[in-house]
Design a protein around this ligand. Sequence first.
Ligand code: 5AD
Ligand code: SF4
Length: 448
Amino acid sequence: MKFYIETYGCQMNERDSEEISSILRMEGLFEVDSPKNADIVFVNTCSVREKPSQKALSAAGRYIKSKNHRKRIVALCGCFAKQEGEKLRERFPDIDLVFGPQQIKDLPVLLGRVLAGKVSVVDVSDSGYVSEENFSEDFKGVTAFVNITKGCNNFCSFCIVPYLRGREFSRESRIILDEVKKRVGCGVKEVTLLGQNVNSYLDEKNNVDFVGLLEMVHEIDGLMRIRFTTSHPKDVSDRLIGAFGYLPKLCNHIHLPVQSGSDRILDLMNRKYDRKHYLSIIEKLRKVREDIAITTDIIVGFPTETDEDFGYTMSLLDEIKFDTAFSFKYSPRPLTRAYRELEDDVPENIKEERLGILQERIESIAQEKNRNLKGKCLEVLVEKKSEKFPGQYISRSSCNRVVNLISDCDLTGRIVKVRITEALKHSLRGELMKGEIYEKGRCGRNTA
Ligand code: 5AD
Ligand code: SF4
């Protein structure tokens, strides 16, 4: 049987899809990269904002429609599936399977029930415990995501995640280390440690906090780079900032969602830090690594946001000069405190207008930073061959910029030095530095 997975939303969901894939492949099923010939289609949904939820839902609708002339199974999973549960069966009477993030480990049993009984199955229960994870040892990538925490305890007033992914749970450090080592054994060179708030990681049993974990992962031979996401500003400790100074494998980038530049809005969002604190973290980080890339998430149009509040967000952009930022219009999410207690009172046209102004400024700062990299030398990890442009490779700098480069040799999995030749809108173009890979067809650093 062939299966296809379509993933919406965050990196957490991508990792979940990888786990689904690994479990099914262990059961003898084959993954295909197009829904065309798939016997089973999974739509892994996201609930964080309205847009990805709606996109996933209409994709599911399309696949269910196509069932009529194809005997295929359609499954909806992920946070939105958990949020809606039985309601999805009312909406899509032909849906075969609905399951939440906590049921991934039970997938063979759930799928077995669907196949045996030709019935639809809905299971979005809270299992109450977090099972160990699966990943396939034939994993082929150069980079991998490794979960270190699951769930979230922060209850930002706009966010549905704590209600759907449950309370925060830290995986045991020795299990994480074992997973990273195995992945390195499969050829992985860079890991991204994942969690809703990695900074609050704590393996209580062995008394290992996030910095302790970073130090241990750093020791792993063959691992070249470490990234982590997402961080919460309230939990960025001086120890973590200091770690950027003595852990060279730690990439030159931190994603630190600020959400707003207005203290009044930050308070209503229940973020537990203010603008001054956020700025002080950035200042300290830049003292340790002058050129560290800082990226962020910003919400516009949160309930009661005035022009003045929005002005504070805009001025923060100019003060910090983020390398890039993801920006969103506030959308009320069921269950959350903002949904229950605050009226969604910023008109849609104002949200739209603020988002436009914000994005224009984000883009112009990002492009200016990219332009400044022209002519500079960067070390990049080559991730894969470009599918679009034969002879080109997609690589990523430590500061998380995509660099396209041309090479005669297969450089996948190697860290090479490139000179930036062109700054494009969302990426860079580069050429190998002289002496990196020199002879046509022979790959290796030219030390002569
Ligand atoms: N509306 C708009 N954006 C949201 N985010 C989370 N919840 C909402 C919401 N209700 C954004 C935040 C978060 C990112 C993952 O999604 O900026 O950091
Ligand atoms: Fe949501 Fe806040 Fe938790 Fe992030 S830290 S997942 S925004 S509740």
